[in-house]
Design a protein around this ligand. Sequence first.
Ligand SMILES: Cc1cc2nc3c(=O)[nH]c(=O)nc-3n(C[C@H](O)[C@H](O)[C@H](O)COP(=O)(O)OP(=O)(O)OC[C@H]3O[C@@H](n4cnc5c(N)ncnc54)[C@H](O)[C@@H]3O)c2cc1C
Length: 418
Amino acid sequence: MKKTHIAKMAVVWLALVALSLPLIYLLDTQMLDTPDHLIAYDLGIVAYVWWLATIYFSTRPRWLAQQIGLPSLYLLHGLLGVLALVAATFHKFIAFSMFPLIKDTGNIAWYLEIFMIVYAILFLSGWLVDWVQWVRILKGILERHVFKHQVSIWLHRLNWLAVALIWLHVQLIARLNVPGFRLVFNAYTILAILAYAVWKIRWSVAASAGVVVENEAIDDQLQKVVIRLSTTQPAYQAGDFYFVSFRDKNNVSYETHPFSVASAPRQNGNELTLTIHRLGDFTRKVSQIPVGTAVKLAGPFGQFDQEVSAANGPVILYGLGSGIAPLLSLANQYAGQKKLHLIWSGPQVNDEYYQQQLASLRKQGVQVDAQHHRFDETQLCDLISDAEVAEGQVIIVGSANRVLKVRHTLRQRGFHKG
Ligand SMILES: Cc1cc2nc3c(=O)[nH]c(=O)nc-3n(C[C@H](O)[C@H](O)[C@H](O)COP(=O)(O)OP(=O)(O)OC[C@H]3O[C@@H](n4cnc5c(N)ncnc54)[C@H](O)[C@@H]3O)c2cc1C
């Protein structure tokens, strides 16, 4: 992790800690109770404020995503949820109430949050599935039959119910009628609801961001979709990704799915090329989308371009399977300007479409090593020079568990953790 990134994350965490302080101050300076009980109430406040923050983060605020990147934003969202649950657990076991309704609203919210966090860790995060193979297999089976991604997203929205219960829990506690407390508490709640509502409404009323101008099969697994952007769209950068919704209810749902841009802005800044792996319910139907279909886009997101444009030494772009998409975008954008080394393994390598692209990149001075089968450790040691290890940086893209394996191999080759 880069130092600037660590500094930005530290600022965000400080802001998150500071967010609860006005409520804690109002309560602790005005309510008469034992220090133990006050700490318990403070922890309850921290939990609630952080759950509101997770709601705000779920709107993927662009100003923040541009600073810390969407993966860090998701990480923050997940960690906050877990830490809020830890705080809520202490609150539950230390705080005391005689009134059944106060206890019940708090308890139900607590059980709901436990369920949601365990569920999200399994189905929505990579915290377990990227590291433990049998959990990954189990998730795959469950996702195929019952807990599809969209079901998980809907279950995750139970967070709203938990927040509503906690809000009610606080309203029921008469002793919290200390000056200013409820005002600030309700203001925080309204701000979170507003941020979420505005995000949802903006998306539903947003005009199309572009239109499909090409949709053809590259091979029996990959589909190439070209989208012409409307003139009002912000420019994208190489290697960015969008959440894409095709507005064609007859063939495919309006769900948003993330896809990387495989084209480079310098080739044609008004058009995006997506290469879509037909592997699930949604992606298998993409081939049926007719040319002329309107498209809504959330994004662009991504920080690869910043990394490559700032690089002084060699840059290794390491693609795993269809993870090559954003790396081709970067390679085409910076070929001839940066010292690039594209390493790619995947069954698509021999497709004519990719062979032409690789040949063109080689002509522009990019070192290309591509093969159908994975590179083993010995091959990687031969492919990557000592100068690259000493001065280079690496961007690896692919399914998370394979990225972790490649990262491990590259560390053994001598790459520094940072
Ligand atoms: C940043 C990013 C960039 C990506 N770029 C590309 C790309 O360029 N080309 C490509 O083929 N694929 C890309 N993907 C993967 C692609 O988003 C999924 O393959 C696709 O959403 C699967 O949808 P499905 O319903 O067809 O498959 P399913 O069988 O339902 O799901 C397959 C896998 O994709 C996950 N998934 C399903 N829906 C979503 C969703 N809405 N959001 C996030 N994950 C989901 C599921 O959890 C599951 O692990 C990218 C993913 C991310 C996170």
